[in-house]
Design a protein around this ligand. Structure first.
Ligand SMILES: *Cc1c(COP(=O)(O)O)cnc(C)c1O
Length: 409
């Protein structure tokens, strides 16, 4: 049914242009309709009864009448889910109202009182907040682990360990994790593995191909791509799909049709946008790394997996096929005042959270939430989201920021 898969494997941009798309189901219109609605009508009482959600055989139900009520999906949300399944190689995908919900719903699906969950210490902060508040209150024991543990993650496994939660690279400081090694260790003892794959997108890393059970995305970022939508997507392999789907149905955390439409539209150009984000980010990261070598430069380490100097570079090279346009650098031995001076001097980079849109953004990174002793970054960490603007303009903007930071030192 997906347009991109009629005759064999096609290139990624061809897949992005045509997956989740069945124009002739809608009179030939190129894009699926945005179906607004709660209610779906049935032709008769027998069909209504035969498609009741209490019936355990969902596939049989959907052959009788595919849609029954909007919380269970619509042609718009199905189009996006189908496209994402093709990209992830997943058995099923759910859409939720935000990237954060794409983290919380699968954790709620698989964890119960008395369980133990292992979460990487470099995790996206709101994931930690959810674990430390809601999961703890539910009676789940939360433990954070160092991102570089690799197969030694097994030393932290207990009989009660139910979920291993990864995010590679880590938020803000980009520590890589040996996902295949950790996943193999977890699989050997029946622990469910999840990864927040927002940075790489399924274009640069396909978690399910490496044995991970659940792949999580803030579609708010690159899939949406225009800073105008919030949405989360969770994709599961065959073994995990029923549990994930049943939890979504039980919670009612369904994604909205307008948002699904915007994300599907974003997917069409995600490949070419990511190419541009990556090219400019790599050039600017290298340029900063060179700048760091100059005497009295205030630039310290550049935290970006594609750089050979970055500690997780070899893992990134082995497992990932590309890099997002989000990285950080350190203001060496810097102060908060210097970091603020850098931010305040920028004219193109906006001071704002989130990333993955067309425009460049900057944040001063807060790291005090971390609980596992890790790397000393040697100064204040500043995160750059490299947008689609011209490289020379972004470079000039960063130079302005660095000059201001230096003057504030
Ligand atoms: C932004 C982000 C999220 C959350 O997405 P929202 O749509 O903003 O809730 C989750 N994980 C990572 C890694 C993110 O960067």
């Amino acid at each position: 049914m997906a347009g991109g898969e009629k005759s064999g494997k096609r290139g990624i941009n061809t897949q992005l242009a045509h997956s989740g798309n069945d124009p002739h189901a809608y009179f030939g219109w190129v894009n699926p309709p945005v179906v607004h609605g709660s209610t779906v009508l049935f032709p008769d009482a027998a069909t209504m009864k035969a498609t009741q959600v209490r019936d355990p055989d969902a596939a049989a139900r959907s052959r009788i009448q595919p849609y029954t009520y909007a919380t269970y999906g619509s042609p718009t949300t199905d189009a996006l889910c189908e496209a994402v399944n093709a990209l992830e190689g997943s058995a099923g995908t759910i859409l939720v109202p935000s990237g954060l919900a794409a983290v919380t719903v699968p954790l709620l699906a698989f964890l119960t009182a008395g369980d133990h969950v292992l979460i990487v210490d470099t995790v996206y902060y709101p994931t930690r907040r959810f674990a430390d508040t809601i999961l703890s209150r539910m009676g789940v024991e939360v433990e954070y682990f160092a991102p570089d543990l690799g197969a030694d993650i097994a030393t932290l496994f207990r009989d009660e360990t139910r979920v291993l939660f990864m995010e590679a690279p880590g938020s803000n400081t980009f520590e890589m994790q040996d996902v295949p090694a950790m996943t193999a260790a977890a699989k050997a003892v029946g622990i469910v593995t999840m990864i927040d794959n927002t940075w790489a997108t399924p274009l640069f890393f396909k978690p399910l191909d490496h044995g991970v059970d659940i792949s999580i995305h803030a579609a708010t970022k690159y899939p949406g791509g225009h800073s105008d939508v919030l949405m989360g997507m969770v994709s599961a392999n065959q073994e995990s799909w029923a549990t994930l789907y049943n939890t979504q149905v039980a919670l009612g955390t369904c994604g909205a049709p307008d948002d699904a439409y915007l994300v599907l539209r974003g997917l069409r150009t995600m490949g070419i946008r990511l190419e541009r984000h990556q090219t400019t980010a790599r050039a600017l990261a290298r340029w900063l790394e060179e700048a760091a070598k100059e005497p009295d430069s205030i630039v310290g380490d550049v935290l970006y997996p594609p750089l050979e100097s970055f500690p997780g570079h070899e893992i990134w090279k082995r497992d990932f096929s590309g890099a997002a346009g989000l990285f950080s650098f350190v203001i060496k031995d810097g102060t908060e005042a210097q970091a603020h001076a850098f931010l305040d001097a920028l004219e193109i980079f906006g001071l704002g959270y989130s990333w993955g849109g067309y425009e460049s953004l900057v944040t001063h990174v807060y790291l005090k939430d971390r609980t596992v002793p890790g790397r000393d970054y040697g100064g204040e960490v500043v995160r750059l989201q490299i947008g689609l603007e011209d490289e020379a303009d972004l470079k000039a903007d960063i130079e302005r920021g660095l000059a201001a930071a230096k003057a504030a030192g």
